[in-house]
Design a protein around this ligand. Structure first.
Ligand code: ADP
Ligand code: MG
Length: 255
């Protein structure tokens, strides 16, 4: 179980898909790099025992904007299987990179207080099959309300004008879950991963299209964060309206 600090201004972003190789680490590290550039430093939590997000972070050049890293597998309290994630006080975005093949219990634990859940899906028959089963399970286990738009899908490694791309888009559209961006199949992601960079930190002329797609993801996440904060503020005021009016204490009452 992963326990994140219960802070109103902390946006917990979970990147999930039980199928390996779908692009979870690629998406999580690129989101972290985007937020690092904007600041304050985000926290990236690697829940995969293979530790590819942390490997990426170790390669990250020290002069680039900082990202806090937490290897959840190393910090796991073995007896209870619980990880208490300590974020820096200035962290606004907590990005969680999940491993392949998680149990329904783990799925519930990691998603129940998530602000946003992102699912990268590859254009292949097997990936679409796995994604359809997984999304059905997620909606059931985590009691996610589609209308709340907490969940979004990101088609990854796509090649337009291919049959598999069209099949993937037909499937994702039928789910009635937002498709917030489409990432193409490009070596830019591979090169960035090898150097501990986000694609926006590679030379601009090569990556314009990919950076634009990443920006769509960040815009969506920012909107989610603002909606969540607005909801918290209105709940807070509703409580205040119902609360009894307190008479201020005078000096003598304090003695
Ligand atoms: N859009 C993309 N274009 C090209 N290669 C990609 C893309 N997304 C991911 N990859 C590559 O695919 C492999 C698997 O991606 P990864 O993010 O590690 O998947 P996961 O974390 O879901 O197992 C990695 O080598 C990664 O660099
Ligand atoms: Mg991974």
């Amino acid at each position: 179980m992963l326990i994140a600090p219960d802070r109103d201004n902390l946006h917990k972003i979970v990147v999930l898909n039980p199928k390996g190789g779908s692009g979870k680490t690629t998406l999580a590290t690129n989101i972290a790099a985007c937020y690092a550039t904007r600041g304050p430093a985000p926290t990236l939590v690697d829940c995969d025992p293979q530790g590819f997000s942390m490997r990426w972070l170790e390669k990250r050049p020290s002069h680039l904007p900082r990202i806090h890293g937490i290897s959840a597998c190393q910090e796991m309290v073995r007896s209870t299987g619980t990880v208490y994630v300590q974020t820096e006080p200035d962290t606004e975005n907590l990005i969680i990179d999940m491993p392949a093949g998680i149990s329904p219990d783990e799925l519930f634990d990691v998603t129940y207080d998530a602000g946003s859940i992102l699912i990268p899906v590859l254009p292949s028959d097997i990936d679409v099959f796995c994604a359809s089963r997984f999304i059905a399970e997620l909606l059931l286990v985590s009691q996610i309300d589609r209308r709340d738009c907490q969940l979004a899908v990101v088609p990854n490694r796509t090649r337009q004008n291919t049959k598999s791309y069209q099949m993937l888009m037909r499937f994702l559209t039928s789910l009635r879950i937002p498709i917030i961006s489409v990432l193409r199949d490009t070596q830019n992601f591979v090169h960035a991963a090898a150097q501990g960079l986000g694609i926006h930190e590679l030379p601009v002329h090569k990556t314009k299209k990919d950076v634009a797609q990443m920006e769509l993801i960040i815009d969506w996440l920012d909107q989610r964060r603002m909606r969540r904060l607005d909801a918290l503020i209105s709940t807070h005021f509703e409580h205040l309206e119902g609360a009894p009016i307190l008479t201020p204490l005078r000096g003598k009452d304090l003695r």
